[in-house]
Design a protein around this ligand. Structure first.
Ligand code: XIL
Length: 339
């Protein structure tokens, strides 16, 4: 049978997944990725915590290994991510850094150098980059402040500088603002804030080409019913209409399906995860602006969700298209059918 990558490509869609530290060491898993994916995104290898051991050094070893493997297997590569507030993935030295007598100038220099070096190094390989990740506090709609943004005198100029530096370093790459988003009725605050941020980008000529919708489906309240019941289709379409009307493309950057609220029965869980996948993809792919679909992993064996939000019954989660033994699941058929 054709691979997911080939089936997607026949409809003009780029399909891929993430691979990284840990699971990248598994040769059988690498082979599964090489077979199914047209596109690879490093799971953690381009985050500051790995590329920036300290203020003066860059470590490109892990990213180079992964990206070298992807390209030598004929796959394209996305980049993730140049600026993220996450405390876990921001090295301590950034938070505790002495930005000097003119902190704004010092922080600016640090950020600009980081983006220039990372995006520049891979400019010929990475044709789409998550420049900024999750810049908004989804509960309040306010831009998140970090050590860098505080030194720079505000979150907004920090984000803008990241995009301008990325454009200069990788002029032909697609530059993406990436966020987990929410499609429930009660997540309007987040959607409104993202629209405002994107409007600001346009108004000030900040070079941003697309919105990356992470698509961790069913994720905000893990005890809520998975399924389209949680998706306010009218509100979500209205949001996507406004985003695309401003000229932004859309990407599905990190898709998986939380199965926490679903019954322990594996067959039923898999069927519901597949149905949810299909309905979501049908909606998203009805937008011609959405032509990239990335899963956040291919096999349940390596899903980050097992650690991030375990099931209450502690059973292994089943959020991805292949099971823990790399056998295709109904979700794989749903992806193929939606393409
Ligand atoms: C996750 C990785 O999968 C984990 O290995 C890591 O421990 C934490 O980060 N949204 C993002 C990704 O933008 O960077 C996150 O990746 C998953 C949520």
């Amino acid at each position: 049978a054709d691979s997911l990558g080939a089936i997607a490509a026949a409809s003009g869609i780029r399909f891929g997944s993430t691979i990284g530290k840990g699971n990248f060491a598994d040769a059988a898993y690498r082979a599964l990725n090489a077979r199914e994916c047209a596109l690879i995104v490093p799971e953690n290898e381009l985050k500051w915590s790995i590329t920036r051991p300290n203020a003066t050094t860059f470590d490109f070893g892990p990213a180079d290994a992964l990206i070298g493997w992807a390209t030598s297997n004929g796959m394209g590569v996305r980049g993730h991510t140049l600026l993220w507030h996450s405390e876990r993935w921001t090295p301590k030295w950034v938070t505790e850094h002495d930005y000097g007598a003119q902190p704004a100038r010092g922080a600016e220099r640090l950020l600009q150098e980081h983006v220039t070096r990372v995006a520049g190094r891979y400019a010929r390989v990475i044709d789409s980059f998550d420049v900024v990740n999750e810049a908004i506090d989804s509960d309040t709609g306010v831009l998140r402040e970090t050590a860098l943004s505080k030194a720079m005198g505000g979150a907004q100029p920090t984000l803008h500088l990241a995009f301008h530096s990325a454009r200069a370093a990788a002029p032909s790459a697609e530059l993406v603002y990436n966020d987990y988003m929410g499609w429930r009725a009660d997540e309007a605050v987040h959607r409104t804030a993202v629209l405002k941020l994107l409007e600001g980008f346009r108004k000030r000529n900040v070079p941003v080409d697309a919105l990356g919708v992470q698509s961790h489906l069913g994720s905000k309240y893990s005890d809520s019913p998975t399924g389209l019941g949680a998706l306010d289709e009218t509100a979500w379409r209205k949001f996507l209409d406004e985003v695309t009307a401003m000229g932004f493309r859309l990407l599905i950057t990190e898709m998986d399906v939380h199965d926490n609220p679903l019954p322990s029965d594996i067959t039923r869980r898999d069927v519901e995860v597949a149905a949810h996948t299909r309905a979501y993809l049908d909606l998203m792919l009805s937008y011609p602006q959405c032509r990239t679909v990335m899963c956040w992993g291919l096999s349940d064996r390596y899903s980050w969700l097992n650690d991030f939000r375990p099931r209450p019954d502690k059973l292994p989660k089943r959020p991805l298209p292949f099971d823990a033994d790399f056998r295709p699941k109904p979700m794989r058929d749903a992806l193929a059918a939606a393409f």
